[in-house]
Structure formats: C-alpha cells, structure tokens
Design a protein around this ligand. Structure first.
Ligand SMILES: [Zn+2]
Length: 228
C-alpha cells in the first residue's frame, strides 16, 4: 500500500494538530523506510518477479524486522518514545501526540495486510503470515488507495482549525505528487534492481515527508499595518 498510508497521516493530523504532517508521513511509512535500509544491509530480502501479483512485481521473501506485527509494535513504541523525548517547548498534550505517532507507525501493518499476499509475519520469519491479497485485483487496489487518500485529505481539509489553516496551493501540489508517483509505479515498468528499489524507497519517502512538512507549515501571520 502507498497512498492509503498517507490518508491515515492526513486524518491523524486533524486528531492532533500539533503534530507536523511531515512527522506523520514519516511515521506511517516508517516500516517501508526501515525496509529500504534493511534491504541495503542484506537483513531483509525481496525478489523482482513481474506478474507475481497483478499490481506489484515484488515478492517479499523475508522482512520480519520491518514488517512483522511484533516488529511494528516495537517500532511503534520506539517511535512514540522518540517523539515524546524529542526536545520541544510545546509539551501540551504531549502524551496524546506521542501515542498517535505510535498508532500511525502501527497502522502500516493493518493497511499492508489488506493488499499484500500472505507474506506479513506475526513475528519471526517462520511464524504465521497474513495478507488478504488485494494486489491480485488492480481495480480494487486502485480504488481503495485513491479512496483512502481522498478520505484522509477530506478530513484534513474539512476539520481545519484557526491554529492550522489549510494552505490549499501547497496541499494540491502534495496530493498531485503523491498520486503521480503512485500511478507511475502502478502502470510503469518493474524496477531494475533491488538496490534501485531500496534507494528510491528511502530517498522518496524522506523527500515526501519533507514536502508534507512544507505543505503543512503554518503561514506566517500577516504584518500589522504600520500606525500612521
Ligand atoms: Zn509496507
């Protein structure tokens, strides 16, 4: 899953406006970010097999550290603790915000279960594996991904507050880029190598998080008119 994760990030931003959308973009995709790093380190394995599912040519051979249920619970606890202990002056509702970061990290597993074939382990490589296999149905996958992103973006726009107004132009850019990247990967050729997947994954996810932080940044207050 790709767009659906970001739908969750948009929705959680409205649950706790003090969270940066950039932080939430990182949290919902932390599992895939780690996966890219672990691929490069040789700790996890994937195979490029065009036609393996109708949507993705990737066969996930081994990825319990980044993508098992127990692994993701651990990453969620670590991520929430990191957010909580990050130096900040704004400590209002800090517990709640940290818990939502953990929830965002864990949500990755639940959404991945919907689309993956049964390859998501409960814990170790030989444990039971989950996956409902929506990737075997391209139309349903595309509809679900777009609907999840649109739903999250609608919550983000609909529940805007005075503290965090929506910057429509920046938001439109961000949404367009997300959809364009997804459609390119959906209809484009399979990736050339595992190294290319890992590097594009890490660089892409980090850039998107930075872009989301930019799109979500509060506009500076308009300058007061100078008294005559
Ligand atoms: Zn994933």
């Amino acid at each position: 899953m790709f767009l659906g994760h970001y739908g969750i990030a948009f929705a959680l931003k409205r649950a706790e406006p003090k969270l940066s959308l950039g932080t939430l973009f990182l949290a919902v995709q932390l599992a895939d970010l780690l996966w890219g790093a672990f691929l490069l380190l040789g700790w996890e394995r994937v195979r490029i097999d065009p036609g393996y599912t109708a949507v993705t040519p990737l066969q996930f051979l081994e990825y319990p550290i980044s993508h098992s249920l127990v692994g993701m619970i651990a990453w969620a606890v670590i991520g929430a603790a990191a957010y909580y202990s990050w130096p900040t002056r704004d400590t209002s509702r800090h517990w709640q915000a940290a818990a939502l970061v953990g929830l965002a990290i864990l949500s990755h597993f639940l959404l991945d279960v919907v689309v993956h074939t049964p390859d998501l382990p409960l814990w170790g490589q030989d444990s039971r594996k989950l996956g409902l296999g929506l990737w075997n149905n391209p139309t349903a996958t595309l509809v679900l991904e777009l609907a999840a992103l649109a739903g999250g973006a609608a919550i983000y726009v609909g529940l805007q507050s005075r503290r965090h107004p929506v910057r429509a132009g920046r938001l439109a850019c961000l949404l367009l880029i997300l959809v364009a990247i997804y459609l390119l990967s959906f209809f484009g050729p399979p990736p050339p190598s595992v190294t290319a997947i890992a590097v594009a994954d890490i660089v892409g996810l980090l850039l998107l998080a930075g872009f989301a932080a930019w799109a979500d940044r509060r506009a500076p207050p308009a300058p007061r008119p100078v008294a005559q």
